[in-house]
Ligand binder design. Sequence first.
Ligand SMILES: Nc1ncnc2c1ncn2[C@@H]1O[C@H](COP(=O)(O)OP(=O)(O)OP(=O)(O)O)[C@@H](O)[C@H]1O
Ligand SMILES: [Mg+2]
Length: 286
Amino acid sequence: MTAQPSPSATRDDLHRGAPAGEPLLAATDLIAGYLPGVDILNGCNLVCHPGELVGIIGPNGAGKSTLLKALFGLVTIRSGSVTLQGEDITNHRADSLVRRGVGFVPQNNNVFPSLSIEENLQMGVFQAPKTFNERFEFIVDLFPTLGERRKQSAGSLSGGERQMVAMARALMMNPSVLLLDEPSAGLSPVRQDETFLRTRRINKAGVSVVIVEQNARRALQICDRAYVLDQGRNAYSGPGRQLMNDPKVIELYLGTLATDVESAAGKAADGPAVSTAKPLGGDPAL
Ligand SMILES: Nc1ncnc2c1ncn2[C@@H]1O[C@H](COP(=O)(O)OP(=O)(O)OP(=O)(O)O)[C@@H](O)[C@H]1O
Ligand SMILES: [Mg+2]
């Protein structure tokens, strides 16, 4: 059985380790889905505070992409709310969210292959074309390769390079928060590392980031905090490194590492490894 949301789960449980103050982006009790009568999100909660790098991990089909799409107005929210700097943006359209400072990079089909790198970036600011030069300078500072190869068609780029263009395009509108859906998917380990470093660099440049990742361990290494989703619900949450070292989270969501970590923990400590993360509302192992 999967962890069920508990009516008694407090904000502290749900957003363990989150800083004090008003979140930049907050999703509260989201119920959402694609088909009538079929809910994919069953009461999801997430907050991202200014400057945070927040991860979302969980098994295939858990609703991670659906959560990002719901935040970005691409899936109808049936109940619950999303706020940006305290203002309600539930079910606002994606184009209006972009104007308000939300950027989104979908996993697939995220560049215009027939256009050059520069033209792709122009598309990123089609709502504010006069800002192109200034934003382009910022982007080239972060990703010099894009400046050097600005005339190259995006269709001729590798998967990792395309991902860079897609992120850069979303950054052209100077978002305060960037939603990334599995930026490392389909890339070689080296390219995956580059993507994680790039994500960190974007975050350090002042952009808050919510990142969905298949590569859960790697994501937990770079995130300030993360949420584990299971069947459209919050299962665990907390600081990335705390979750990464939690035997329960390892066993349930981080796969084969369990034995390694348990044996290492057994060597390092007198007693058995003890879970520090509390399941939200139930024990998913039951
Ligand atoms: N466009 C759609 N129409 C109907 N159902 C959908 C649609 N997109 C996703 N779903 C369903 O919603 C559920 C959650 O899908 P979602 O893509 O959010 O999962 P995920 O956690 O991102 O998984 P993955 O790790 O495989 O990317 C799945 O059961 C999926 O079949
Ligand atoms: Mg997905």
